[in-house]
Design a protein around this ligand. Sequence first.
Ligand code: TA6
Length: 266
Amino acid sequence: MLVVENPLARAVISLQGAQVMAFKPSHRPEMLWVSPKALLESGKAIRGGIPLCLPWFGPGPDGKSAHGFARTREWTLAEARAMPDGSTYLALELRGDAAVSELWPHAFTFRLEVLVDNELKLGLTMENHSQQEAPLAFAFHTYFAVANVAEIRVGGLEGSTFIDKIEHSARKTHHGEVTINAVTDRVYLNVPAQQQLEMTTGRVRIESDAKCAVVWNAWTNDKNIADLGEGNHVGYLCVERGDMADHAVTLAPGKTYRTWMILADH
Ligand code: TA6
């Protein structure tokens, strides 16, 4: 784990998965949630923080493991800089190797830039070095820490069409704010750049150029997920940003795809 402490914030980043595990701006509670049952084992996905689902989202092609391999591989710290304004800049990279090419047959570099400021700024760059088109989908699968998920309101998805994974992927239109009172697993398409989480401890702003937002809470299914655990759904809400489903990408040979996300408390 990399630990970043500066006058503006504190962050913890796992080299496995380039996964931001904690982000706490000064004078504000921790923004991210990690399951009390999270596994910290090499090669196993870590339940919490901001897993990067990449280079696919959801079940893998041909039975490959869910959400891609980027979250279970060891990334390399490529750069770390203390910035003049007190923030801290890190860049982590993942490159293809023989094991990975069996899963996704493309030479590539994935790069995650992290700016630990009074906001958390993430920039994700995906380069296709191969001679073939590469199918690509991704998500910043953020687990937000909440006092009680049933009290959260999510704004910024009003009027958006979503795929309801709980109801056979039916397409529906959302009216009003999103609240959680049952198992919820939705992919919102073509969403506005910003969403807001309204909670008793304050507000969080999520901003990204990615085209989709995912809202997920396991509710009482938590007991069926070993690294989540019965009753623990209360403490988190996933509001993710990414390009997937109708907005999955085809990355041409030699091309680069860039995306970003900001989490802020204002
Ligand atoms: O983003 C929502 C989702 O795709 C859900 O369908 C749910 O299964 C969740 O991710 C967790 O996936 P994981 O592979 O981390 O158990």
